[in-house]
Design a protein around this ligand. Structure first.
Ligand SMILES: Nc1ncnc2c1ncn2[C@@H]1O[C@H](COP(=O)(O)OP(=O)(O)OP(=O)(O)O)[C@@H](O)[C@H]1O
Ligand SMILES: [Mg+2]
Length: 337
């Protein structure tokens, strides 16, 4: 159908206040642009269509159709993925300049995919995030989804690796079918389960089959979505897995300068007494950003509950000592104290 015909139908649907027909025609127009390989135009139209609840379509401002069918596990019926939307900006992410610039490059490539296409090139769309817990792997996937205005499809890898191994291949197939149809930011979180299970009680041959299955689907994936896999056990992933990703990013623990930056960021909501934050830099060596965040929240709460009016150094000291106690409990050192 020609563009003008669709626009005419859109106008008629609007005049009749026929929301369903309006969406139907709008989707047709987007698909037409897609077929013409006008991917950016198609994406922008889609964004415009789902960005605000202009029409009462029950979408509540979501950027995807509210009646979208989420694939489920055949055996137990639980959903295999979740669609999530975030509002995070680059300033909230504190990483080394190098790591941040690699992330920005991925975003740029996705944005300019149409230009790359004219040169027969594709943006990087299979990325592996590794690094210690709490360093921002999941957070960065959420951020990428925010800045690109593309919803995040979140998949907990261990929920896919069904206890019925036979079902796993079916589950994987369903997930890949789902993500191939639209443009999503896809996060396979806790990805290491694929490596871990190999020596576990699972039958070796079976799990190997699952791994190969996944790798094959990853190889054959030709959709426009950006696939991110995140793990904090990168050492257990073998080279067959590593090779499949066109970018591997290591999320480092923050150095002194970044720790100061994070403390300032997390303590921003509260007015402070004359605190020398750099005093806490040495004391928080080895802390991940999520640890610093937890400590800062504790400090602010302690200050508020105890009517200190402003944040004092003693509030941070208290939160820090609580945090260090936690670490000791975890490492079983309380008995030696
Ligand atoms: N680099 C960072 N800059 C700013 N905030 C961060 C950063 N890393 C983590 N955070 C904060 O800590 C929270 C938890 O981090 P996140 O879930 O991204 O960790 P992760 O690397 O995915 O850890 P895990 O390996 O345990 O899944 C985030 O929601 C964010 O608030
Ligand atoms: Mg995570």
């Amino acid at each position: 159908m020609a563009t003008t015909e669709i626009i005419k139908r859109l106008f008629i649907a609007f005049a009749k206040q026929d929301t369903n027909e309006f969406y139907h025609q709008a989707e047709d127009l987007i698909n037409l642009e897609k077929r013409k390989k006008h991917t950016i135009v198609a994406r922008e139209l889609k964004e415009a269509l789902y960005s605000k609840p202009i029409l009462n379509n029950g979408n509540n401002g979501r950027r995807y159709k509210s009646n979208i069918l989420i694939p489920r596990d055949t055996e137990k019926g639980f959903p295999l993925l979740e669609i999530r939307e975030y509002d995070i900006d680059w300033e909230s992410l504190v990483l080394s300049e190098k790591t941040k610039s690699i992330l920005k490059q991925i975003v740029k490539e996705m944005k300019d995919s149409e230009i790359l296409e004219t040169y027969n090139l594709r943006p990087k769309n299979k990325v592996l995030f590794c690094g210690k817990p709490g360093t921002g792997k999941t957070f960065s996937a959420q951020l990428i989804s925010s800045v690109l205005h593309i919803p995040l499809v979140y998949i907990r890898f261990d929920s896919i690796i069904s206890s019925y191994l036979g079902e796993t291949a079916t589950n994987l197939r369903k997930v890949f079918d789902f993500i191939s149809n639209e443009m999503w930011i896809v996060l396979f979180d806790e990805f290491d389960i694929i490596g871990k299970n190999r020596d576990d009680h699972y039958e070796h041959g079976e799990i190997k089959r699952v791994v190969n299955n996944f790798l094959q689907m990853l190889d054959n994936f030709e959709g426009q979505s950006l696939i991110i896999a995140a793990t904090n056990h990168q050492h257990i992933l073998d080279s067959a897995i590593w090779r499949r990703f066109d970018e591997v990013i290591y999320f480092e623990l923050p150095d002194k300068e970044k720790r100061l930056h994070l403390l300032e960021l997390y303590l921003k909501p509260m007015q402070k007494e004359d605190i020398n934050l750099s005093e806490f830099i040495e004391k928080t060596k080895g802390f991940a950003p999520s640890d610093l965040r937890m400590m800062c929240i504790e400090a602010m709460k302690y200050s508020i509950i105890n009517d200190h009016n402003v944040l004092k150094a003693e509030d941070i000291d208290f939160a820090l000592s609580r945090f260090l106690d936690r670490t000791d409990i975890r490492e079983g050192q309380m008995e030696n104290k």
